[in-house]
Design a protein around this ligand. Structure first.
Ligand code: ZN
Length: 75
């Protein structure tokens, strides 16, 4: 059986590695749940394109609610 490898990507939000992922077949990813490469922390999925230039990022339903960073004090 031919395994297809999706190359490693980095989460666009936190920079965590996503993948690489090997799968016997690559389904089209139209929603977060379909993505084989996901950042579970940010709930961001990368679509299943083998070409990293063609990958799109899909956000899960419940993005984490990060508190806004404190505003830097301006002199
Ligand atoms: Zn992340």
């Amino acid at each position: 059986m031919n395994m297809i490898t999706l190359p490693r990507l980095r989460c666009p939000n936190c920079g965590k590695n996503m993948g690489p992922v090997k799968a016997p077949e690559i389904p089209p990813a139209n929603k977060f749940e379909d993505c084989l490469r996901k950042c579970s922390r940010c709930l961001i999925g990368a679509t299943n394109a083998k070409n990293p230039a063609k990958v799109k990022y899909i956000y899960g339903d419940q993005p984490p609610q990060d508190p806004p960073p404190p505003a830097p004090s301006q002199p």
